[in-house]
Design a protein around this ligand. Structure first.
Ligand SMILES: *[C@@H]1O[C@H](CO)[C@@H](O)[C@H](O)[C@H]1NC(C)=O
Ligand SMILES: *[C@@H]1O[C@H](CO)[C@@H](O)[C@H](O)[C@H]1NC(C)=O
Ligand SMILES: *[C@@H]1O[C@H](CO)[C@@H](O)[C@H](O)[C@H]1NC(C)=O
Ligand SMILES: *[C@@H]1O[C@H](CO)[C@@H](O)[C@H](O)[C@H]1NC(C)=O
Ligand SMILES: *[C@@H]1O[C@H](CO)[C@@H](O)[C@H](O)[C@H]1NC(C)=O
Length: 531
């Protein structure tokens, strides 16, 4: 892994968590339905932000985090309970991995950060009557890119999400971990960590168990992360919500990795930057790049050949303390990226530049400025994939409604319909994704349960209030934004606007230059964002 920048972002010491409340609208309706329930939706509502102390390592998951700096951490967390009676957890929903793991109350992580474990969950096996120590499969272990690891035991437990009770769910119980909350991996079974060492021990993960236990009829789900600043988002297991996107879903075949389906890899065929009038500022077409769609990654990682012209066009500069930075005013630019998939018969997804512009705060909660006084600096989230995989994370995925069909090894994709309150849930049954090609016989589905995507964001830095760098000079027409001199004061950006209410910033990532600094900004649980 190349570290082209002096900054290695190690961790978040504090981050914003925007909890999503859930309305349980349809469960009973669904349960009384004659047919077995075939799609399970989590409707989320962001309610609260609060400070969450995190461990000092940003997750660097094998095969998924490729670059040296991850300037903003946005994690979509889902609520669930484990055991009998259920013990509550908030875990990160991750399309880029395939195991569920939770922290043990006896873990080192919980010893170090009791509050985080109280808030986000810690499992006490002695308090569960359904606990089974799954000794047959050895130790649970996931390696991280930075050589850290999560290790523990495999257990079989009752996993409850909303009203849905999954029995005999195998998961990892972490005893050593460098993260303060667990993960719910919803990728292919073949990507489970056990597959690397003991392929015959691959087991049904949560998506497979939902199907095996009759809750859904196809190994598929749809993810609507929605707008960065929005109040709602959802995951729908077993179905498609045709109201949540514009136009038609376009089906893209999942690309195999070394001959098997392990990741949600699709073919990226073009990348363009368009200005406010739609004029092309930059375009590379006829690409055939394997990109992984990974909700466990915050930003995006592209190869240098595509990335470098964009960095200079946008005027990204590299700062000794703060890494790749741009004026925060760039987030006001109406310029957009267009990511093309599947070639001429595929589709383009339009993504606002602001998705890649994230506020930075130093440990005093102050936003640093360029050394030439050209306004506040923000992190730039489009980074080099280096020798690692090309990844499109949440910064991209918010703009795309994505159907992950693990049965038929295909992805359905369309432009997100942001902020819609409409819903039209269609079950995924056969070999096609409804609304994409052949319309499968569909059933209205509607169990809603207590998922919570949780969003975390931004940057705290051990740095002065002045960057060492002066602002750059974009060569793209960014329509009056991000020329540096125009950037004044706080980020009055689309993204910034939602974060702007109330000092200090909620979203905090810690960028570390050489040493780990834990920064804890004071936000009470009374701090409510985005109401
Ligand atoms: C999710 O869990 C967190 C932590 O226990 C809790 O604060 C929050 O209210 C829960 N959200 C929902 C919608 O249940
Ligand atoms: C735990 O669950 C796995 C996968 O579902 C199953 O194969 C295994 O037999 C279970 N182990 C025990 C001890 O119940
Ligand atoms: C969606 O709603 C959020 C919160 O109200 C708002 O900040 C954002 O601009 C909206 N997005 C769009 C595309 O309308
Ligand atoms: C694919 O196989 C090659 C050769 O065995 C190996 O070097 C590489 O790491 C594999 N890639 C992945 C993603 O597993
Ligand atoms: C996507 O955009 C690229 C260039 O920006 C264009 O060449 C391509 O034809 C578009 N693809 C589709 C399916 O419209």
């Amino acid at each position: 892994m190349p570290f082209s920048s002096p900054k290695i972002l190690l961790g978040l010491s504090a981050l914003t968590i925007l909890l999503f409340g859930v309305s349980d609208v349809t469960a009973s309706l669904f349960n009384s339905h004659k047919r077995s329930p075939k799609a399970l939706g989590f409707e989320f509502k962001k309610e609260v932000s609060r400070n969450t102390p995190l461990a000092n390592r940003l997750r660097k998951r094998q095969k998924t985090v490729a670059a040296n700096i991850d300037n903003a951490e946005i994690a979509y967390l889902i609520n669930m309970t484990v055991g009998t009676p259920g013990q509550p957890f908030s875990v990160q929903l991750d399309t880029g991995s395939s195991d569920i793991w939770i922290l043990s109350v006896d873990s080192d992580a919980c010893g170090q950060d009791e509050q985080a474990c109280k808030d986000l969950g810690q499992f006490d096996s002695s308090a569960s009557s359904s606990y089974v120590d799954d000794t047959g499969v050895g130790q649970f272990e996931i390696q991280y890119q930075d050589n850290s690891a999560v290790t523990g035991d495999y257990i079989n437990e009752t996993l409850t999400i909303g009203n849905t009770v999954i029995k005999n769910m195998r998961m990892g119980l972490a005893l050593q971990a460098t993260r303060p909350f667990g993960i719910m991996g919803i990728g292919y079974d073949a990507d489970e960590s056990i597959a690397a060492t003991s392929p015959t021990d691959v087991y049904p993960n949560v998506v497979a168990q939902l199907k095996a236990q009759g809750f859904i009829s196809t190994l598929a789900y749809s993810l609507w992360l929605n707008d960065l600043n929005s109040l709602t988002g959802s995951i729908l297991f077993g179905g498609v919500d045709t109201a949540k996107y514009h136009g038609n879903l376009v089906v893209l075949p999942v690309q195999k990795t070394n001959g098997t389906y392990t990741d949600f890899t699709v073919a990226l065929s073009s990348v363009s930057v368009l200005d406010c009038s739609g004029a092309v500022q930059f375009s590379q077409t006829n690409l055939a790049l394997p990109v992984i769609l990974d909700s466990g990654t915050t930003d995006a990682y592209l190869p240098d050949s595509v990335l470098n012209p964009i960095l200079s066009g946008v005027g990204v500069v590299n700062d000794n303390d703060y890494g790749s930075i741009v004026p925060c005013s760039l987030a006001n630019s109406p310029a957009t990226f267009s990511f093309g998939f599947g070639g001429s018969s595929g589709l383009n997804i339009s993504v606002g530049l602001d998705e890649f512009v994230t506020p930075i705060f130093n440990e005093q909660g102050v936003q640093p400025t360029f050394k030439d006084g050209a306004g506040t600096i923000c992190s730039w989230g489009l980074m080099s994939s280096g020798t690692g995989p090309i990844l499109l994370g949440d910064a991209f995925l918010r703009s795309a409604y994505v159907v992950y069909d693990l049965t038929n090894n295909q992805i359905g994709m369309a432009q997100t319909n942001f902020n819609t309150t409409d819903t039209n849930v269609v079950e995924i049954t056969g070999s096609s994704i409804p609304g994409a090609s052949i319309t499968a016989s569909a059933v209205m589905a509607s169990q809603t349960f207590s998922g919570i995507p949780q969003e975390t964001n931004a940057n705290t830095k051990t740095g002065s209030t002045k960057a060492t760098a002066a602002h750059g000079s974009p060569t793209f027409n960014l329509c009056g934004s991000a020329t540096g001199s125009a950037a004044q004061g706080t980020q009055g950006t689309k993204k910034g606007a939602a974060f702007a209410a109330g000092p200090p910033r909620m979203e905090v990532t810690t960028v570390i230059t050489g040493l780990v600094v834990l920064v804890s900004l004071a936000f009470g649980s009374s701090v409510v964002l985005l109401r």
